[in-house]
Design a protein around this ligand. Sequence first.
Ligand SMILES: *[C@@H]1O[C@H](CO)[C@@H](O)[C@H](O)[C@H]1NC(C)=O
Ligand SMILES: *[C@@H]1O[C@H](CO)[C@@H](O)[C@H](O)[C@H]1NC(C)=O
Ligand SMILES: *[C@@H]1O[C@H](CO)[C@@H](O)[C@H](O)[C@H]1NC(C)=O
Length: 456
Amino acid sequence: MGAAREERWSLLWATVAAFILAVDASFVEDLDDSFKENRKDDIWLVDFYAPWCGHCKKLEPVWNEVGKEMGSTGSPVKVGKMDATSYSSIASEFGVRGYPTIKLLKGDLAYNYRGPRTKEDIIEFANRVAGPIIRPLPSQQMFEHVQKRHHVFFLYVGGESPLKEKYIEVASELIVYTYFFSALEEVFPENVTLPEMPAVLVFKDGTYFVYDEYEDGDLSSWINRERFQGYLHVDGFTLYELGDTGKLVVIAIIDDRNVSVEHTRLKSVVQDVARNYRDHFHRNFQFGHMDGNDYINSLLMDDVKIPSVVVLNTSNQQYFLPHKPIESTEDMVQFINEILEGTAEAQGGNGILQRIKRIIYDAKSTVGSVFKSSPLLGCFLFGLPLGVISIMCYGICTADTEGGSDETEASKKETTGRDLTDEGTEEEQEEENDEKPVEIPDGEEEPKNILEKKKD
Ligand SMILES: *[C@@H]1O[C@H](CO)[C@@H](O)[C@H](O)[C@H]1NC(C)=O
Ligand SMILES: *[C@@H]1O[C@H](CO)[C@@H](O)[C@H](O)[C@H]1NC(C)=O
Ligand SMILES: *[C@@H]1O[C@H](CO)[C@@H](O)[C@H](O)[C@H]1NC(C)=O
């Protein structure tokens, strides 16, 4: 009898669970051919996915959450997903090149999302891009509120002007990255002394900087350079965004949990240089730290010590390592000056040898991750052919035993290589493998594709 009751309960739970799942999913519309015609009057946030792609599967529960939250908060943004393999012609019209691709479609514009795939980040992006391009700040309270909420934001001060037109034009493109406001002079607290009107300012790092057309060049590239805090916690995603600014990235590679003096000192040295040498270096360098060396090792195909400093040129994949440990601000300033003067020795790069190295490296990591996720399959896929080849070689080389042992040497080396590289880097590696947009080996990642004008 107890068993029957339990069964009924579990049946009930299953029904409830199925119902909840159905409700969850119903916030996300499954889009098909008709989408192109029907989307016109609405703002859409769409996940273009492929049924076989692992990252798409990982995104799915997050996407349902996004849909649910956008639905329940009454957002004007509709959330959908489209199987880009079934509707490939529509997907390619929207410029979908990898999976998953997240886009916000607003009128004739399609904005790409390239940030971390978390519910909070995606929703923040959707609300920012779907809202007004320029947000007015009518009062000092609003100004203070915004200052508390955003680490970095841009502000136009003044009435109508050619500068304002330019500001709006640039903002409608760069809204994918940051916030744009406008205000009249009256809303500023006393400690903000404004230069001549009209002006564009960036507020960050506890202070503000004023755009100067003569010194800073064109507004769009100034905003692109200034849209990050002076010092950042860098991860794989931010590294690529930082690279788009054309600056070299100075990264302290540390272990965040290690409280020994070597780690904390290095971090504060880099912070100190970022803050106190801003005038000298901010045009060419961006500063930050990274927790752990897994990511950077797989990127550079090198073994970077912890703690240490790496300076990375993401546009040609070259990097610089100091020839002696950095122990003080003076050491750091000297190292950066050597890079600026061109006397520091660059490593890596995107030459043909580096590309070949990358292919081998990626192949090894792929083999490694197959073994890691499913050792049996790995043995079967790679072990069997290797075994066959070894036996064949052995057969061919029986007269010459040297050859046979070389073969085993080589496969042994491959095994250790894999062990070293797949620790924790598996995800980024996969990231690089199935998604072109985040891939570094080409270096020709066009910032243009962040926003594509769509003509229907
Ligand atoms: C102005 O002063 C307020 C408090 O007095 C402070 O919170 C704010 O950061 C200051 N702003 C700037 C730009 O220095
Ligand atoms: C912290 O870093 C130091 C120096 O790199 C190292 O010797 C030490 O083992 C680390 N401690 C921990 C707990 O990882
Ligand atoms: C970084 O790479 C770009 C593109 O190859 C190059 O023009 C620039 O000089 C490099 N910067 C340094 C400091 O090497």
